[in-house]
Write a protein that binds this ligand. Structure first.
Ligand SMILES: [Zn+2]
Length: 328
């Protein structure tokens, strides 16, 4: 699909970083034994271990929720695609650096995949740089089930499309001040993403806020899911069945996890958190939580988004985006 998609835009509450630092520092102590939240210069994200196509997370920060899990239910919508060069313009940010969790475009890839989208979109004369990864289940080998596999998106296609849903953070990709989170030894039940989301919800109950960015699982293991490889294998009959066909894997640190989280949905049928991860050792997927609370170590960089853009929202309100995927 090309061209413009129906878009709604809402301003989010975006406190200054020092205030946010204090709120997150206090809140994360309920979920991790060792917590250090700081305001720092964003590290150069073009360097190891990130190797992103832009230097930083700064400049006009915004998030977008594109499509829906609902698209997977309908055969007609399952093959929807969204071009990130088009989306950047709909986000009023041509040339944006866009990162986050998306569904792979199955028709282009030829199989189902969780995609870690990392794209510096095109801008007058400068072509897009697509550093995205896809993660999928490798083809079964006889009786042996397929394994967790990761590849570079650009090795399959030169386009810059995502499939029927995506949760993305967009910015100018500039250096600047960001929130740094160091959190070790998980003592609570929440993943780091869910913990951050709940802290914001609790501290700013009347406000809609969002954070986007990326974190590293530096030590430990994480639970991820992948969809069945075969496109024909995943007829989701109803939204509630979405969780039934996923395969769960445990993957090893270090992994790099672009993420988007929303504290309170301003009635836009938003998915409230979505995190995909990749690694430099061939493992990745849709991140759920670490499985090694006693030894886990996180290091993350985040920015509060100023706006949310809801793109191509299903016409009916289904509220299914979070039901089967997010388990608090
Ligand atoms: Zn996902």
């Amino acid at each position: 699909m090309t061209g413009d998609h129906k878009t709604e835009k809402v301003q989010l509450h975006s406190p200054d970083l020092d205030e946010l630092r204090g709120v997150l520092q206090a809140g994360l102590k309920n979920n991790f034994a060792e917590v250090q939240v700081s305001v720092v210069d964003c590290p150069d994200l073009t360097q190891e271990p990130f190797q992103f196509p832009a230097r930083g997370l700064c400049g006009s920060p915004r998030i977008t929720d594109i499509g829906s899990v609902q698209n997977l239910v309908s055969m007609a919508d399952r093959d929807k695609e969204y071009d990130m060069n088009v989306i950047s313009k709909q986000l009023d940010l041509p040339g944006a650096f866009i990162l986050g969790a998306t569904r792979g475009p199955s028709k282009i890839l030829g199989f189902n995949a969780e995609v870690i989208t990392l794209i510096l979109t095109e801008l007058e004369g400068r072509p897009a740089v697509n550093s995205s990864y896809y993660t999928c289940i490798s083809p079964a080998n006889g009786n042996e089930k397929g394994k967790c596999f990761q590849g570079k998106y650009s090795e399959i296609t030169s386009d810059n499309k995502i499939g029927p849903l995506g949760n993305l953070y967009a910015c100018e990709g500039k250096p600047g001040k960001v929130i740094e989170v160091r959190a070790n030894k998980r003592t609570g039940n929440y993943s780091i993403v869910t913990a951050l989301r709940r802290i914001l919800r609790e501290h700013y109950p009347d406000k809609s806020m969002a954070l986007g960015g990326t974190f590293l699982l530096q030590k430990g293991k994480a639970r991820v899911h992948l969809m069945p490889r075969e496109i024909t294998d995943c007829p989701i009959q109803t939204p509630d069945k979405a969780g039934d066909f996923l395969r769960i894997f445990e993957i090893n640190a270090p992994v790099i996890c672009p993420t988007v989280l929303v504290s309170k949905d301003p009635d836009m049928d938003l998915r409230i958190e979505h995190t995909h991860c990749f690694s430099h050792h061939g493992e990745g997927g849709h991140y759920h939580i670490d499985t090694t609370p006693d030894t886990v170590e996180y290091l993350g960089y985040f920015m509060p988004a100023e706006f949310v853009y809801r793109i191509d929202k299903p016409t009916e309100y289904h509220a299914i985006n979070n039901k089967s995927i997010i388990k608090d």
